[in-house]
Design a protein. Structure first.
Length: 138
């Protein structure tokens, strides 16, 4: 069930990010709450604690990146919401893979447009990184 919530959360975020260049709080909040609740249902208080710590960990790691203009606030909130469904190790792996995928997309766009000024919609790299992490188990 957690994988389904994660898939739906990311699919909706990719859609709105690509279409309107925004990831809406009204989409992220229910997804994050669902992740927290499912973690609690699956593992009790330990699952609740891990989901909250994972979300906080993602926020703490990515907030400085946002402050320096590397990603948008919606991207930070997306990572926090997604992290409620991930283990601590998977949070780090998701962040690393997402930036790696975004880098590949950036290089491709730079080569296509011959311009160094690129804006990457970050929900897609997060979605791709989750697919890598779960290896098609979604």
């Amino acid at each position: 069930m957690t994988h389904l919530v994660l898939f739906l959360l990311l699919a909706g975020a990719v859609f709105t990010d690509q279409r309107s260049h925004k990831i809406y709080n009204r989409w992220l909040l229910p997804g994050g709450i669902a992740g927290i609740l499912l973690s609690f249902i699956r593992c009790g208080p330990v699952g609740l604690r891990e989901a909250l710590i994972s979300a906080f960990l993602a926020f703490v790691i990515l907030f400085p990146v946002y402050l320096f203009g590397g990603i948008g606030a919606g991207d930070v909130k997306l990572f926090a919401a997604v992290s409620t469904c991930l283990s601590f190790e998977d949070v780090f792996l998701c962040i690393f893979c997402s930036f790696l995928v975004a880098g590949v997309i950036s290089i491709i766009r730079i080569l296509q447009t011959r311009s160094l000024h690129q804006t990457i919609r970050f929900a897609l790299p997060v979605f791709v990184s989750i697919l890598f992490i779960y290896g098609g188990k979604l």
